[in-house]
Design a protein around this ligand. Structure first.
Ligand SMILES: CSCCC(=O)C(=O)COP(=O)(O)O
Ligand SMILES: [Mg+2]
Length: 228
């Protein structure tokens, strides 16, 4: 099967897990309460707060209750859409003030460019919001890489461990799922993509798994786009 598009995860795939867990998440944690208190009346924040109340099943929850809930979700790395949207809003200042740049492995940078030049279409699927994805690639270690990508998908399309998300993405991209290669460091995400008919490759950046029924590589350089 000829691969015509690549759909990539971010954390653990294009980007070091440590950047997400030791830079981005702590920044959001530290700035969350101040951000919410300062932006409570913003339309997007109102919508995030309503989504959080619905997630909690507490329609009357006040701001301080919601702040505690968001902080707890960060501590537990919960992929709650309201939290992910909020984190994207908070990270804007961090990127704009150059507190950090979006980490990208050298090989990811090199091969994403190469694949685009070869005519492949590139897409991102992350639990981080589309806004957060565009920030990470827009303010990356290698400059603005957003022109590399034809589209971005987050949990508003579906959850990464559910095949329906990958079916929806393939339909949106407009290619048969079998012509899309999904890259991730998480087996359950790859299982879901495969169930939807996509080709899959597991990125094992630090340690090779004892066994895997997905193709396993350590860097983008080792990824093959034929005979998958
Ligand atoms: C888009 S940068 C922040 C990543 C993030 O918030 C996250 O939860 C990581 O999720 P991924 O699906 O990329 O593993
Ligand atoms: Mg990942």
């Amino acid at each position: 099967m000829t691969i015509k598009a690549i759909l990539t995860d971010i954390e653990g795939t294009t980007t070091d897990i440590n950047f997400v867990h030791k830079v981005l998440f702590p920044y959001a944690y530290d700035h969350l309460a101040g951000y919410l208190r300062g932006h409570e009346q913003d339309e997007i924040v109102q919508s995030v707060l309503e989504d959080a109340r619905a997630e909690l099943g507490q329609p009357e929850a006040d701001l301080e209750t919601l702040i505690r809930a968001f902080l707890g979700w960060i501590e537990q790395d919960k992929k709650v859409t309201a939290l992910k949207t909020l984190q994207g809003l908070i990270w804007v200042a961090g990127y704009e003030q150059q507190d950090f740049t979006g980490h990208l492995y050298d090989d990811a940078y090199e091969y994403l460019q190469k694949w685009q030049q070869q005519g492949l279409k590139l897409y991102v699927f992350s639990s981080g919001s589309v806004k957060a994805q565009k920030l990470l690639f827009g303010y990356s270690d290698f400059g603005d890489l957003t022109p590399l990508f034809g589209g971005y998908y987050d949990t508003t399309t579906g959850h990464k461990r559910e095949a329906t998300a990958y079916r929806a993405i393939a339909a949106d991209i407009g290619l048969p799922a079998a012509e899309i290669l999904f890259l991730s460091d998480i087996k359950e995400e790859l299982d879901a993509a495969r169930e939807a008919g996509m080709a899959t490759t597991l990125l094992a950046r630090d340690q090779l798994p004892a066994q895997s029924d997905h193709t396993v590589v350590q860097t983008f350089q080792q990824i093959t786009l034929t005979n998958i």
